[in-house]
Every structure is written in C-alpha cells, then in structure tokens.
Design a protein around this ligand. Structure first.
Ligand SMILES: [Zn+2]
Ligand SMILES: [Zn+2]
Length: 126
C-alpha cells in the first residue's frame, strides 16, 4: 500500500522526523522525549545534520543486528548516530557535555551509541 511510504513521516523537531527513529523492518517506533531533547541540543551545537543510524528496534530486528536482549533501543531510549566532518572523538566530547546516560564509542564503524538510561551512567568502547 503506497500510503505506508508516508508512515511516521512527521516532523517532531526542526531537524528530526519520527521516521528516522522507526525500526527499519516493521516501522514501529518508540522515542522518549528526553532522548529527542538531547539530540536537538546536539544538532544545535554542531550546526550540521545528525544522522540516526538506528533508533527504535523491535525484538526481531534487535536480534538480527546482534543487539543485547535488554537494549535501550528496544524501549526508545537509545540512538546510534553519525555526523559528517567531525572526528568521533570531538563528537564524543560534545555528547559528554550534553550528558547522555550511556555513550558507546564505536571507532571502527565510526558511530556513537547514545542513550538516556535511568540508571547510573555507562561508557564503553568497541
Ligand atoms: Zn522491526
Ligand atoms: Zn546503540
């Protein structure tokens, strides 16, 4: 059905659309406002596009990409992001200042995992 191409095609902030956070396999989506607010702040500081590599993941898709079972992507608290023309280490520094609860530094694949977990902060590197 052609109409489904438009599913979640809703502007939720000046530079973000709900569809960017949806699961690629089923288009289901969960997104916590705290995560969105921090990503908006990041976009504002950087003054350039923040690409969402992965937002919400349904159980099937999470398993497919090898995510941990209790991943924060499963409940709309996490996003993996990529930004052009800034080193990953500089991007990390900006994200530290914004204060994400969880930050994963994926050097080889050149992206950051960011989340707004309610528990104590976590940092890791892969
Ligand atoms: Zn899915
Ligand atoms: Zn992630």
């Amino acid at each position: 059905m052609e109409m489904l191409n438009e599913i979640n095609n809703i502007g939720i902030a000046k530079h973000f659309r709900l569809s960017e956070f949806a699961c690629p396999c089923c288009k289901q989506v969960m997104l916590h406002p705290k995560l969105l607010v921090k990503l908006i702040e990041l976009r504002k500081i950087l003054e350039r596009p923040v690409y969402i590599n992965s937002g919400y993941r349904c159980p099937k898709y999470n398993q497919k990409v090898g995510g941990v079972v209790n991943s924060y992507h499963r409940i709309g608290l996490a996003a993996d992001i990529k930004v052009k023309d800034i080193s990953l280490i500089n991007l990390l520094e900006v994200c530290e200042n914004i204060g994400f609860g969880g930050i994963g530094f994926y050097e080889k694949k050149n992206f950051l995992h960011l989340d707004v977990r309610p528990t104590k902060r976590a940092r890791w590197r892969k």
